[in-house]
Design a protein around this ligand. Structure first.
Ligand code: ZN
Length: 433
């Protein structure tokens, strides 16, 4: 494959025309083949023939995660099941899972999209690509695998689970040049290198391509320093096939979106109104080439912003800022997704009711995520007996550990010490990683 495809460097007006034609045919297909969309459009009084430009997309109703859950397993599929060649799913930790179906063409397009984001980060067919995402119902492992093979790299399907030291031996012996993993996994590799007495210079690693978790510049700097490589950010979600929606080029000034496959909007999470470029809001994605599982205006829950203006790399596609947060405040601890509402339920149960006030602090030490939960003291929760207090602390800690696999530190604090956002609301999560 060449360095960039025509679609990535297309003049913006031609790209808009391509997007519009693909949007039209997608709308026709979902209206005909997916009962959910037929009734959603009918109820909103939308005649799909009246969609005359990409901007008209704003008149269409949103699709939510709840809609997908209700359609489990196959009601959102837009093709007969015999045309589906692969099924992945979300973990479904917080409710019913979502099943995602792919046709032959979907798999081909997906591989192409992943190949592009890898190439943008500098991967070539001379690279040894070690994939440290799990190969299972989750889309990460298989998605990256097919894309890396598509571009002709030598693929090492190491997966994520299992012995980390064995993974490091593979990296060293096979002379891995590109590591694909979560940032948490990369930090764990770094910490174990130290334990094993292997100097990072003994590895052949040049590039780390990270995704599947929100991460910041501090983590990037740490990974680059400890593994002696350049780290790049990629974006994708299970509902959108998986990895491959967007990825950083070597300029690292935002993630180029594969706009010939996706129309991206940023909306105000509360009102659903569009936000101008540069301003943060919820990422909303419409698929325009997908056959098995097309989605119209899907609300991802991820907070990002669009960057305008040309990128020195020559790609003309829009760039999205790294995902900074989620509308539901979901966060990940050592790879497990956690919602603050879980923690709230646990504290409520332990304290015997009431609306608990708490704040979660996240840190990373030597590759392991650490979680501290500060719970505001409410009179009713306690009496003076120290024994009861300790019991409550233990109950909260063991329930959280059972739910997340992380042993949290629980601290009781005065309500006034919790950090608030502008407007006075307590910020549920302070991520210091
Ligand atoms: Zn670029």
């Amino acid at each position: 494959m060449s360095t960039t495809t025509d679609y990535e460097t297309m003049p913006r007006d031609m790209l808009a025309q391509t997007q519009f034609e693909r949007l039209q045919s997608t709308l026709n297909r979902v209206y005909r083949n997916v009962a959910f969309y037929k009734s959603a459009f009918d109820e909103a009084g939308i005649d799909i023939e009246s969609v005359k430009s990409v901007d008209d997309i704003r008149r269409l109703p949103f699709t939510t995660k709840e809609d997908l859950r209700k359609s489990y397993p196959y009601n959102m599929f837009a093709v007969p099941l015999r045309d589906i060649v692969r099924i992945h799913s979300t973990a479904g930790r917080t409710g019913r899972p979502i099943a995602i179906g792919y046709t032959h063409n979907d798999i081909r397009n997906w591989s192409e999209q992943v190949a592009r984001v890898l190439i943008a980060a500098g991967v070539t067919q001379n690279d040894f690509v070690q994939i440290a995402f799990d190969y299972n119902m989750f889309t990460g492992g298989f998605g990256i695998h097919y894309g890396a093979e598509r571009l002709g790299a030598s693929v090492i399907p190491a997966s994520q689970s299992g012995n980390i030291q064995r993974q490091i031996h593979i990296m060293k012996d096979y002379k891995t040049t590109v590591l694909l993993s979560t940032p948490t996994h990369a930090l764990r590799v770094a910490a174990n290198l130290q334990t094993m007495g292997i100097h990072p210079e003994e590895l052949s690693l040049k590039t780390a391509i990270m995704g599947a978790e929100p991460w910041g510049e501090a983590t990037r700097a740490k990974i680059e320093e400890k593994l002696r490589c350049s780290a790049y950010n990629i974006y994708g979600i299970n509902e959108m096939m998986g990895p491959g929606v967007a990825g950083e080029c070597r300029e690292r000034n935002g993630l180029h979106i594969n706009e010939d496959h996706y129309i991206i909007e940023i909306v105000d999470p509360a009102s659903g109104e569009p936000r101008p470029p540069g301003e943060e809001g919820e990422l909303v994605i419409t698929t325009i080439t997908r056959e098995g599982f097309p989605l119209i205006r899907y609300r991802t829950g991820d907070i990002s912003a669009l960057e305008e203006g040309a990128c020195p790399c020559g790609r003309t596609t829009l760039r999205m800022r790294r995902v900074s947060a989620r509308t539901d405040d979901m966060f990940t601890v050592n790879g497990t997704s956690v919602f603050p509402s879980f923690i709230a339920d646990i504290i409520r149960k332990a304290a015997g009711g009431g609306e608990p006030l708490f704040q979660i602090f996240l840190d990373n030490e030597e590759g392991e995520d650490m979680m501290e939960v500060q719970v505001a003291v409410v009179d009713r929760m306690f009496d003076d007996e120290v024994k009861k207090l300790l019991g409550l602390k233990q109950a909260i800690a063991s329930d959280i550990e059972g739910e997340t696999g992380v042993q949290p530190r629980i601290t009781f604090v005065e309500q006034g010490t919790l950090r608030t956002a502008p407007g006075g609301k307590v910020r549920p999560v302070i991520d210091r990683r």
